[in-house]
Design a protein around this ligand. Structure first.
Ligand code: ZN
Length: 268
């Protein structure tokens, strides 16, 4: 069963020399669709151009919270122009956007402003969001609740988006469920010290789970510490099947249906 890598960064410098071979290896490993996720102004242009060249590639455009100081009216206008053509440009989501209070120094006001504006863009152009959230649980939850109450976030039925690379607790995930969010799981579910990730994966409703590599980061075992690439997604899918106690075929099918529901643009 073909699987979908819902989050990778093939436009990173790490792939500059060999991304065509990386995309070929992904296809050979049974990954038939990839979402290339942007995080800064250059990568926004790069993911769109790569998605145009490779049938398997789709993209998400947005500004990462760690680059929030680059948020500007000009960038907002650029995103609006792209989002007006999301179908032709194979843009399936706004992302990655969010809050990251991990690395000092950070400016919470700037991050919240960029996050709010991009959530509103996603709502306006009717796309899901890919959320990056690190060490900012309560602030993110607060902001999402406020925006949903104000009609500036898609309703739970419309599926507002995904918490990508989810590494929080099952308890926190349960507080996000009523908002309609999905959860992306990555290489760390194959690590030895993965207890918390596995607890969240095992405890979440199975129709809210998707998988992703986040390449070039977070390679699964046995590639831990090396450059990650979409071909390794099979190792993550197999671990999900094991935790769900399903045949990989059945588990792959569920993950696939979840991805297609979360990102309807992948169906086109
Ligand atoms: Zn990412």
């Amino acid at each position: 069963m073909a699987i979908i890598d819902t989050h990778c960064h093939l436009t990173d410098a790490d792939f500059a020399q060999d991304y065509p071979a990386v995309i070929e290896r992904a296809a050979a490993a049974g990954i038939d669709k990839l979402i290339l996720v942007a995080y800064d102004p250059d990568s926004i242009e790069a993911v769109v151009s790569l998605a145009a060249r490779y049938p398997a590639a789709y993209c998400a455009v947005g500004l990462h919270p760690s680059d929030a100081d680059q948020w500007s009216l000009a960038l907002q206008r650029r995103l609006e122009t792209l989002l007006e053509h999301s179908r032709e440009l194979k843009i399936v989501a706004v992302g990655e956007i969010g809050l990251d209070y991990h690395y000092e120094p950070y400016d919470p006001v700037l991050q919240q402003t960029a996050f709010a504006s991009q959530l509103e863009l996603a709502r306006r152009f009717d796309l899901p969001v890919i959320i990056h959230e690190r060490d900012a649980h309560e602030a993110a939850l607060d902001q999402l609740r406020r925006q949903q109450a104000a009609g500036q976030l898609r309703t739970p039925q419309q599926i507002p988006g995904v918490f990508h690379c989810y590494s929080g607790s099952l308890e926190f995930a349960r507080r996000l469920l009523p908002l309609g969010f999905y959860f992306g799981f990555d290489g760390p579910i194959t690590f030895k010290n993965a207890r918390r990730n596995l607890e969240a994966l095992a405890g979440l409703p199975r129709d809210r789970v998707v998988i992703e590599t986040d390449s070039p980061y977070l390679a699964p075992v046995p590639w831990r510490g090396h450059r990650n690439e979409p071909a390794y997604l099979r190792l993550i899918a197999d671990q999900v099947a094991k935790i769900w106690e399903l045949d990989p075929d059945q588990s792959d099918e569920r993950l696939r249906q979840n991805s297609l529901r979360l990102f309807p643009g992948l169906n086109e």
